[in-house]
Design a protein around this ligand. Structure first.
Ligand code: SF4
Length: 119
């Protein structure tokens, strides 16, 4: 029973953090998000990343990007994001794939952004 409660708390916490991270941001379309996430699911940098500690349930690990340590649940959603360091907000950055071999989202982003803003 305790394990089930902890499991549910983890799920709700992951969703809660995801909603906070993406609140007020310009988001890509659901199709665009899925296309980006599908690339991440096949990426060699996909790994388990640790979310900021939550006192009552401890560290939570979720699938994430090994390049930027962002959860794959939220990483593909945003067009831009606010960068934080030591809890302080820094500049707003464009959300790109940080793969060292190059931006793996480039073709998908070009496709969906150009269909959103046709010339
Ligand atoms: S490096 Fe790019 S494709 Fe790989 S997990 Fe990170 S964002 Fe996704």
């Amino acid at each position: 029973m305790v394990d089930l409660i902890k499991k549910r708390l983890r799920e709700h916490t992951v969703n809660y953090i995801g909603n906070i991270v993406t609140a007020g941001q310009e988001l890509v379309s659901p199709e665009h998000e899925k296309a980006r996430r599908d690339i991440c699911k096949g990426c060699d940098l996909l790994e388990m990343v640790t979310l900021p500690p939550v006192p009552w349930i401890g560290p939570i690990q979720v699938p994430g990007c090994g390049g930027c340590k962002c959860p794959i649940k939220t990483k593909p959603k945003a067009v831009k994001y606010r960068n934080f360091k030591d809890g302080k907000p820094l500049e707003i950055k464009t959300n790109i794939c940080p793969h060292p071999d190059g931006n793996k989202w480039e073709d998908v982003d070009n496709k969906y952004f150009s269909s959103k803003n046709p010339k």
